[in-house]
Design a protein around this ligand. Structure first.
Ligand code: ACO
Length: 428
């Protein structure tokens, strides 16, 4: 197989190296093309651009494959735990018992946050969206740990920032929710595991005992595993590009949270439930909304359908669909919105428009349904996604840093006005 590609332009031929990945993915390396030919490549939305070589996550959208560090998502969701997956993503290997116990203990020690963070939280109106609150609280860590801003920190220092972030994000997430509903915050309980501690901080009340439902805690753990990484998506690329300027881990992750917020990315899980509720309010006619989604003059899209890279069933959606059925059955939840979701899915999978465009339900189509069954309010869904995605963001930031990657700085094709003379305001 050839390991070069040729570009012919203006009578010249430019030979470009072809890089092959460990799963035989091939890429033309164009990094020297501009210097040799003056040409750049144009790829809005980076639909066909590899921004890095990464050893973290493998994804084959055509075949519906997702693996973290070589382990299949199906195996990890079935046999592992969120913190073990976090360790795997960040450090590259599954931990042995001693390493894992040490990792978990270190996380438990850092779950508390500086009391002054409560003052920042108090400054947010209760109508503030919890994603904005979360990204601000994460960025505020740069103020509490100013040493984190130094680009040339030791590996131990970087590791401490990583542990702090993993430990404090559940606290921030639960507190963003408490701020939303106007309740006093609940402090972490370090006797509990990661998900149970989070749930107690979300649903506990001061002075009241709170019993964590193990079914719900285990479903949450699985959901977090499924969200833990997804290679170079919008928020992860944001984290890497912000980090490439040598911005701190905290500010890079805060930027990632903001990128995740949009309805075309992590905000889709909230948008799915809002859409399903709107369909229910409108009388439950799924065909009407399917037709709206197909109508090019109507901006309506079927939220939770389609994916930039999966042109087959999203493997995470398959696992979540089953988990949703289990949780709803175990909790005895009978949700009419779920019936609408099932009807919509069935109809869309048979519809030519969706079949031809390979639009399948994505992870967000079902995750909102489980979160809803767990009693998590709609505005918190994307925050839950951020909690799950954190280890992936950290792993990608660390990889970018370990590989000494250059600052991210795309080119453009300028299509604006040509040079012109300035005219005084009185003459315009
Ligand atoms: N409903 C109706 N039509 C759709 C949908 C949808 N959900 N998604 C894509 N299409 C159509 C487009 O109109 C386009 O049709 P055309 O070829 O006739 O013009 C075609 O399918 C291709 O769509 P693009 O927008 O070009 O695909 P792209 O890869 O840019 O977008 C995206 C992917 C943003 C996820 C899109 O499918 C979408 O908007 N889905 C709904 C939002 C959503 O669920 N986002 C969550 C993604 S998962 C995640 O981030 C965790």
């Amino acid at each position: 197989m050839s390991n070069t590609a040729e570009i012919k332009f203006n009578g010249n031929t430019y030979e470009l190296p072809v890089t092959t990945g460990s799963e035989n993915e091939q890429a033309i390396d164009i990094s020297k093309l501009r210097a040799e030919s003056g040409l750049i490549t144009l790829d809005p939305g980076f639909k066909n651009t590899g921004s890095t070589k990464s050893a973290i996550t493998f994804l084959d959208g055509e075949q519906g494959i997702l693996r973290y560090r070589g382990y299949s998502i199906e195996d990890l969701a079935d046999k592992s735990s969120f913190l073990e997956v976090a360790y795997l993503l960040i450090y590259g290997e599954l931990p042995d018992t001693e390493t894992f116990t040490n990792f978990k203990n270190r996380i438990s020690k850092h779950t508390f946050v500086h009391e002054d963070i409560k003052k920042i939280l108090d400054g947010f109106p209760s109508k503030a969206h919890p994603m904005g609150v979360l990204s601000s609280l994460v960025c505020s860590l740069t103020a509490f740990y100013p040493g984190s801003l130094a680009p040339n920190r030791s590996e131990d220092d970087i590791d401490l920032s990583i542990i702090r972030l993993l430990a404090k994000l559940p606290t921030f997430t639960a507190w963003a929710y408490k701020n939303k509903i106007g309740h006093p915050v609940i402090y972490p309980d370090n006797k509990l595991d990661y998900c149970s501690n989070f749930m107690k901080m979300m649903y506990g009340l001061p002075g009241n005992e709170y019993e964590v439902d193990p079914v719900v805690a285990s479903a949450l753990d699985k959901l977090l595993i499924l969200h833990a990484d997804h290679e170079q998506n919008c928020s992860t690329s944001t984290v890497r590009i912000v980090g490439s300027s040598q911005a701190s881990l905290y500010s890079s992750i805060s930027a990632g949270i903001n990128a995740l917020w949009g309805p075309l990315h992590g905000g889709a899980n909230q948008a799915v439930i809002e859409m399903l509720e709107a369909i229910k309010e409108d009388g439950g006619d799924t065909t009407k909304f399917l037709n709206k989604a197909k109508d090019k003059n109507d901006p309506f899209r079927l939220m939770g359908f389609g994916h930039r890279v999966y042109k087959n069933f999203d493997p995470r959606a398959k696992i979540i669909k089953k988990a949703a059925d289990d949780v709803l059955a175990k909790l005895g939840v009978n949700d009419p919105v779920l019936d609408i979701a099932k009807g919509l899915e069935e109809a869309a999978l048979k519809d030519d428009y969706f079949v031809e465009r390979k639009l399948y339900p994505n992870v967000d189509f079902y995750s909102g349904i489980i979160y809803r069954a767990m009693g998590i309010p709609t505005e918190m869904f994307t925050v839950m996604f951020a909690l799950g995605r954190l280890p992936g963001w950290i792993a990608q930031w660390k990889e970018m840093r370990d590989n000494n990657e250059p600052i991210g700085r795309p080119r453009q094709v300028y299509v604006g006005a040509e040079q012109r003379d300035y005219t005084d305001i009185s003459k315009r």
